[in-house]
Every structure is written in structure tokens, then in C-alpha cells.
Ligand binder design. Sequence first.
Ligand code: HEM
Length: 525
Amino acid sequence: MVTNASVQSAVSKGTVHWDPYDPRYFANPYPVFRRLREEAPLYYNEQYDFYAVSRYEDVARALGDRDTFISARGDILEFIKHNTPMPPGMFIYEDPPLHTIHRGILTRVFTPKKMAALEPQIRAFCADALDPLVAGGEFNFIDDLGAEMPMRIIGMLLGIPDEDLKKVQHFVDKSLSTEPGKPMDTSGASLGGDLYADYIDWRAKNPSDDLMTELLNVEFVDEMGTTRKLRREEVLTFIGILAGAGNETTNRLIGWTGKTLAEHPEQRRQIYENRGLIPQAIEEVLRFEPPGPAVSRYVARDTEFHGTKVPEGSAVVGITAAANRDERKFANGEVFDIHRERAAHLTFGYGFHNCLGNALARVEGRVALDEILKRFPDWEIDLENARLSSTSSVRGWETLPAYAPNAKRGARRSKAAAPETPAPAPAGAETWKMTLKTPMGPQEMTVHLTRQGDTLTGRIDSPAGSETIQDGKVSNEALTWILHVKKPMPIQLTFEVKVRGDLMTGSAKLGMFGSAELTGARVHA
Ligand code: HEM
């Protein structure tokens, strides 16, 4: 019989240890990934109770064998371990037959041709963002490009041109005030200002030739055998997937392009002189520094790696970032080389769930690099003011300031690098220390609230930043409000809490990811 202890000794041979939450590994996980590949190709972490595979063949197997390694419990370790309920239609977390049906719908409307057609708009966005910065010689790969561009491009793809944003807003304003004397409709996401939800309704009344209209009109055979169109909430889920899967990842790709090429100026010079090298340079950045370092799966039936049993019910982390440097697949895998012989990396996953947006991410990465090189042939990274993000699912730069040689440094302050000193709380505000028990672990927040009659205003400070609450309401000791957070993915949180003296209890709905309990304690000045 295989016991945990025997598994431990069979797989980890000695002292190699990998804790995916240890910040020391974010900065440079590659030495430990190399050790995992060589010393513990099937690694078991007792503390968090998960297995990890790191060799190319093993990761490809974990992603390709969908009967053994399923997605229904999520592809992020925390979701699998906490058995987080997945909303229907989140097909990235589905298995057949639902995954096949839902992915099939998106594949029909979200075509590589449509993505490639966005190139002029991506170029125009980069030019607008970078042109004003050329004279000063300073720019930020994240603040100026990565954080904005992917979201704007998804907006364009869905067919929300800038001039329409106003029309949508007008439609929302009108729809909230059409029936005098009746309370406002507070159902759905529109009150929180969720542009996409509002836009679906507007687009249904104003069809065009964009992706949103296609999603509203596409007909498919559902799991009951019925031919039908997508419901409003299903369209919203699809858009949520596109926005969630495509923003932070592409943002990180742009950051890693800046960082890696700054460290390889000779190769950057070659690309500058021959732009035909851009596609292979982006491929090499994707291999060398994948924005998502791992993809996880739930083990649906007993299996084994390297002669050791992995029991049904386990979580397996496929470390794509380790597999991408496996010397069994990539000669000199630890070396960044834009001229290497092309072999498929695993950055966009593998098999049935492989990334549907890879063509878009590639166009965005290539165009961004081309437009940067046009204006800044050389750059240095300001490492003192750069900051690496620390989520376990996406690894990359939160802010990455760069300078052209001879630029006067520091003239422009990075938004994100600026020290985070939240504005003082408004007069009369109550302050709470709150803990939200999310599937990703406990999140600490400081909540500043002001009650005026039945209206609640305020803001929440957390390590991810400071956000103003919306639609706050007071009913005796019951408080409700909405918060839109942008990191680690854009999501709407709906809070419902009860206050008793100095204690707060309640829950927050986490967009598509179910809800999380919370507790809070009043802070006395
Ligand atoms: C550099 C940028 C990107 C990276 C590194 C990336 C990575 C990935 C990975 C690893 C998967 C597979 C997940 C799994 O097997 O569980 C995936 C799936 C997916 N990605 Fe991306 N992605 C990127 C950009 C995008 C973009 C721009 C979009 C769309 C706007 C997108 C949409 C999707 C979708 C819809 C899926 C789910 C496919 C399925 O489950 O069948 N991604 N992505």
C-alpha cells in the first residue's frame, strides 16, 4: 500500500522543497524548478497536500489526458483544494460534454482572423500611449501599455468603440430612471457600473457586426439537445472568461518582454535591425518567462508518474514554467535565445483547453514590441522602482519603469511604484480591520465607512490598492456595498455585513466565484 510517507520519500529524494506561496520563489523560481525536474520529477508537498510535475512530457500528459486529469474543480491549485464551486458556463473549468459545447461556441465566433484584424487598432493604441513619452525618454511597460491595452482591445473586439462608451452610459442612466415612483432595478451587475453587462442590453437593441452581437445571436445545441441562443448571463460569463483569461496574462507578457530584452541587449539590437525577428522573439519570451507559471488539475482516478502512485482526489500542479526549460525538450533550456530551433512551449497550455486567445496575445505582444522599438531602440529597467506581483497563478511585473539611455531619470513618477499611502479617512468615518476568507486564502483589508441616513460611502484599502465602494446602503445594522477590484482579475464583490458593536460579520459574493465569509473588528482611533 502507498502511504503518504512512502510517497514523500519516493518523490522528493532529499531536500528539494517548493512552496508556491513563498515570495522568495517569485523572484526567481528557476533554480528550484530545475531541481524538481532533476531530483523530484513527481514532487509531493505535504504542507499543502499537492503533487507537482515539472518535466515537459509529464506536464503535457497532465494537460492532455482529460479522463485522468479533469478541469471541473478548476485549474488553479487554491480552487481545487477548496473545492470552489464553479459557475455554469465557465468552460475553462469544465470537462466534456459541457466543455466541448461551450468551447465550440466561442471557437465559432472568436476566430484567429478576427483577432488578427485588430492589429491596426492595437498599433494605434500603442502609438497614442507611447508618443507623448518619447521626448522625456521614460516609459513604463505596465503602467503605459500592459495594464491598459489588453482590456481596451477586448472592448474593441466586443465592439465597444470609445464613442459608444458614452451611448452605453446614457442607456444605463436612462434604464435606471424610466419608471418614476418605482424603486430602481438593483438586480444584475448594471448598478455596479459593469460596462459589459450594460452593453449586452444595449447591443441587443442595437445589433452590429461585432463579437458581442455574434455571441447574442449564435445558435447551438445545448446539453439537453435543444437548439437555442445564449442567455444573457451566459453571454456575460463568456465575456468574463475572455476578460479574466486575457488581461493579466497579456499584461505580464508585455512586462517580461521589456525585462528580458533589457537583459539581452545584443539580441534586442538584432530585433531592432530586423523586425522580421519579432515573432520568434515573442515566442522565446513566452517560453522563457511564461506569465502563468503553472496549470493544475484534479486527479479523477488513480494514476502514476515515475512508478509512484498518485491517488484519485489529489491535486496535481503542472509547472509549465519548469517544463518550458526542460533540457530533454529544449537544448540549453535555461538560455534565452531568440534563434533557437522552434519547439512548442506550454505557456498557452496543451490539449483540449489550450488557450483560445493565443493568437490575440501573440499579436498584442508583437505589435507592442514593434511600436516600442520604433520609439525606444534601447532601454534600461529601473529595478529600484520596479515591483514583481505576488499572485500564485500569474507571475510578472506590477510596474516596470524603463529609461532610454541618457534620459533624465525620475522626471515621471510611476503610478504603481509611488509609495502606497492611502488618503486619510474622511471625518466621521468608522474604520474596520476586515478579513475575507477567499478561496485564495485570507485577504486582510482596512475598511473606511461613513453612514449618512440610509446611504453608505467609503473605501477599502488592501495590498492590491485602494478602491471606493459603490451603491452603499444602510438598513439598521445591516450594511451592503459593491466593490470593483482589478487585481488579480477584474471582479465585482458584493458585500453584505451585519454590525454588532465593535464586531462585523457577513459575506462577499466574489463575482463568478461563489462567496466568501468575512469578519471585522472596529479600529478605535
Ligand atoms: C500571454 C497571454 C496568455 C497566456 C499566457 C494564456 C494562457 C492560457 C493557458 C495556460 C490556458 C489553459 C488553461 C488550462 O488548461 O486550464 C488558457 C486558456 C484560455 N485562454 Fe489564455 N492565455 C493568454 C491570453 C489569452 C487571451 C488574450 C485570451 C482571450 C481574450 C485568452 C483566452 C483563453 C480562454 C478562453 C481559455 C480557455 C480555453 C478552454 O478552457 O478551452 N487567453 N490560456
